[in-house]
Write a protein that binds this ligand. Structure first.
Ligand code: BES
Ligand code: MN
Ligand code: ZN
Length: 460
C-alpha cells in the first residue's frame, strides 16, 4: 500500500520549504545561474507554489515549495501528484521544522499520494519520498489505516454492503489476530437487537452486528462503535436525489471505527479493544419499517419512528447498549449522523460530544496538537424535551428542526450510562473538493487526534 515512500537513502532530490524571507536568505548562497532562474520564473515562494531548479547540466537539483509557516504541512500534500517522476526528501538541514512538523509534512505526502483506482486503470504515481527507518512504522500505520478508511467510503454501495463491510473487518482482524463474530438477520431478531434488525429489514442484503475483539482481557477496555449504513435512501421518508447521491458514504463512521481499531492493533497498544459496527442498508421496500412504528431496542427502551431517515441513531443505540455490557473505560463512536452537524461546522470539523469534560478536554488538546480539527458541541439536556414521543419512551427524531446534531447526540446518550466515559463524533467522512493531501471523496476525520490521545494514555 505504502508505495509512496522509500527508506533507501538513494540520491534524493531535496525539497526546501520556502517563505519569501527564507528564499531571500537562500538565494544569498546560490549561483548566479540559480538566481537568474528564480528571477526568470518570477518565483516569490507564495504559499503552495513550487519552483523546480536544475543544475547547469539541466538535471533536477532541488524543489522549492512555498509554505505559510513550518506548520503548513498540507502544502506537501500537493507534491506527489505534481512533481516529476523521482525520489525526494524533505530537507530540514537548518532545523526549520520540529520533529513533529517534519513527520506531519511526510504524512501529508502520503495522504496526497492517495488514488482510488479500483474502477479504472489510472497510472500509478512514480514520485517517492525518503523517510528515515525510525519513522517508518508509525507513519505507514497511519497512512495504511487512513487509506483503508478512504477506500471503504469510496467503494460504491453495490460493492460495499453489510456483508462486504463484515469482510473488511475480518480482513483487518486476520492481519492482527483479532476475533470477529457477526450476528446476521434473524439472529439479531432473536437477540433483541431490533433497532439494527428493523432498519435493515427492507433491504435485500441482511443487516448485521459486527463484533471484533482483540488484546489482553485484563487490559483497560476501549470500545469503538461505528455507523455502518451501507446506503441511506432515507427509507420510506425517502431522500431527494441530491440528498441521496452521496449516501454510499453513510458507512463512514464504521470505516473510521475500523481504521482506528487497525491503528490500535498495529501499534499494539496495551488495551482490550472491542469494535462494534451496525451494518445495514436503509432501503425502500414493502418490508421497510414505517414512520409511526415502535421498536423495542436492545436496551428495552421503546423508540417511536418519527422519520425513517433518522436511521443512524436507531442502529447505533443497539451497538451502544452491547458496548455497555462490558463497561469499557472509553467508549467512542463515529457516525455520519446528521446534516445539522455539517450546517453547524462545515465539512472539515468533526463535531464531538462527550459526557465527560476531562475526556473532552484531553481530546481537544490532542486535536490542536495534531492539527486534526474537532469542535465540541453541548449535550444540552433541556433539548431532550424535543425527543418526547406520545406513545413510546423516546422518538427517533426531534419535533423541532433546530439543533439537530445535538438532539441526535442526546438520543444516543440515553443508551450510555453516566459512569462510562463516552464520546460521539458526528462527521462528514469526506472531502467535497480536491485539496492538497485531501483528495475529493472519502476522508478520515478526528482519527489522528483520537489515536494520539490513546497512545499517550496507554503507552507502556
Ligand atoms: N446519513 C444522514 C446524515 C447525513 C446527511 C450525513 C448528509 C452527512 C451528510 C442521516 O441518516 C440522516 O438522514 N439524518 C437526517 C436526520 C433527520 C431526519 C432528523 C438529517 O440530518 O437530515
Ligand atoms: Mn438517514
Ligand atoms: Zn444515515
Amino acid at each position: 500500500m505504502t508505495v509512496c515512500y522509500t527508506t533507501e537513502n538513494q540520491k534524493n532530490i531535496p525539497i526546501l520549504a520556502m517563505t519569501a524571507e527564507r528564499l531571500e536568505k537562500w538565494l544569498e548562497n546560490q549561483s548566479e545561474h540559480t538566481g537568474n532562474w528564480i528571477e526568470a520564473c518570477g518565483y516569490s515562494a507564495k504559499a503552495g507554489k513550487i519552483c523546480l531548479v536544475a543544475n547547469v547540466a539541466g538535471e533536477l537539483e532541488v524543489v522549492l515549495l512555498g509554505v505559510k509557516s513550518a506548520d503548513d504541512f498540507w502544502a506537501f500534500g500537493a507534491l506527489p501528484k505534481t512533481l516529476p517522476k523521482n525520489t525526494y526528501h524533505i530537507d530540514n538541514a537548518d532545523g526549520y521544522f520540529s520533529k513533529e512538523q517534519l513527520s506531519r509534512a511526510q504524512l501529508a505526502w502520503g495522504l496526497g499520494s492517495y488514488q482510488f483506482n479500483a474502477y479504472r486503470n489510472n497510472e500509478a504515481l512514480e514520485t517517492c519520498l525518503f523517510v528515515e527507518e525510525s519513522n517508518e512504522a508509525s507513519l505507514f500505520n497511519l497512512i495504511d489505516s487512513i487509506y483503508l478508511i478512504r477506500d471503504l467510503i469510496n467503494t460504491p454501495a453495490d460493492d460495499m454492503g453489510p456483508a462486504e463491510l463484515a469482510e473488511a473487518v475480518s480482513a483487518v482482524a486476520e492481519e492482527n489476530e483479532a476475533h470477529v463474530s457477526v450476528r446476521v438477520g434473524e439472529e439479531l431478531l432473536q437477540q433483541g437487537l431490533l433497532g439494527i434488525y428493523t432498519v435493515g429489514r427492507g433491504a435485500s442484503r441482511e443487516p448485521r452486528l459486527i463484533d471484533l475483539q482483540w488484546g489482553d482481557e485484563e487490559a483497560p477496555k476501549i470500545t469503538l462503535v461505528g455507523k455502518g449504513v451501507c446506503f441511506d435512501s432515507g427509507g420510506l421518508d425517502m431522500k431527494t436525489a441530491a440528498g441521496m447521491r452521496q449516501m454510499k458514504k453513510d458507512m463512514g463512521g464504521a470505516a473510521h471505527a475500523l481504521g482506528l481499531a487497525r491503528l490500535i492493533m498495529q501499534a499494539k497498544l496495551p488495551v482490550r479493544l472491542r469494535l462494534l459496527i451496525s451494518a445495514v442498508e436503509n432501503s425502500v421496500d414493502g418490508a421497510s419499517y414505517h414512520p409511526g412504528d415502535v421498536i423495542i431496542t436492545r436496551a428495552g427502551i421503546s423508540v417511536e419512528i418519527d422519520n425513517t431517515d433518522a436511521e443512524g441513531r436507531v442502529v447505533m443505540c443497539d451497538a451502544l447498549t452491547e458496548a455497555m455490557d462490558d463497561q469499557p473505560e472509553y467508549l467512542i463512536d463515529f457516525a455520519t449522523l446528521t446534516g445539522a452537524a455539517r450546517v453547524a461546522l462545515g465539512t472539515d470539523i468533526a463535531a464531538m460530544f462527550s459526557n465527560n469534560e476531562e475526556f473532552a478536554e484531553e481530546i481537544l488538546a490532542s486535536s490542536r496538537d495534531q492539527e486534526d480539527p474537532i469542535w465540541q458541541l453541548p449535550l444540552y439536556q433541556p433539548y431532550k424535551e424535543f425527543l418526547k414521543s406520545d406513545i413510546a419512551d423516546i422518538s427517533n427524531c426531534s419535533r423541532v428542526g433546530y439543533g439537530g446534531a445535538i438532539t441526535a447526540a442526546l438520543y444516543l446518550q440515553r443508551f450510555v450510562s453516566e459512569e462510562t466515559r463516552w464520546m460521539h463524533f458526528d462527521i462528514l467522512a469526506s472531502n467535497i473538493e480536491n485539496r492538497p493531501g485531501r483528495p475529493k471523496g472519502g476522508e478520515a476525520q478526528a482519527i489522528r487526534a483520537v489515536f494520539k490521545f490513546l497512545q499517550d494514555k496507554f503507552s507502556v
